[in-house]
Design a protein around this ligand. Structure first.
Ligand SMILES: [Fe+2]
Ligand SMILES: [Fe+2]
Length: 144
């Protein structure tokens, strides 16, 4: 069934050559598949039961993202990365957006699951390519 297809995926383009960070990025993309597993059709509005299950998954993804952002920021501090505050700002914005989506899921005004999944997927992809990759180049040049 099309709605159950796993659309997420970690691509080799996303590799930043910092092992712990690559593992966390990969895990996040794998966890995204859970969204499709808790709804019968990602393109349809959510039933109350689906909304409850989806809220739990999104909660888990947000907590995982938070752990990841803290990990990444500690690597940045280690090498006095000049882009730290920009990264922090983007990380915080993601968390804020996800909290807003969780509230929409709980109060029944959420977008279909596919839009939530795509938002998270695309944000991670774009953020890795635009910000994490330049950081990792800096890190790998400047680490001890
Ligand atoms: Fe990252
Ligand atoms: Fe980041």
């Amino acid at each position: 069934m099309i709605a159950k297809l796993n659309l997420a995926g970690f691509k080799t383009d996303y590799v930043v050559d910092i092992q712990e960070i690559d593992e966390q990025h990969r895990s996040f993309f794998e966890m995204l598949d859970k969204i499709g597993n808790v709804v019968s059709d990602m393109y349809k509005p959510l039933s109350e039961e689906e909304a409850d299950a989806l809220a739990d998954v999104i909660d888990e993804l947000r907590e995982y993202a938070l752990i990841h952002f803290r990990t990444e920021e500690s690597y940045m501090k280690e090498v006095d990365y000049p882009g730290l505050s920009k990264q922090k700002k983007e990380h915080n914005r993601f968390i804020t957006d996800v909290i807003r989506m969780e509230a929409e899921i709980v109060n029944g005004t959420a977008m279909p699951a596919i839009k939530i999944r795509n938002f998270m997927h695309d944000w991670y992809r774009d953020h890795i390519l635009a910000l994490d990759k330049p950081f990792s180049e800096f890190y790998n040049k400047n680490k001890n």
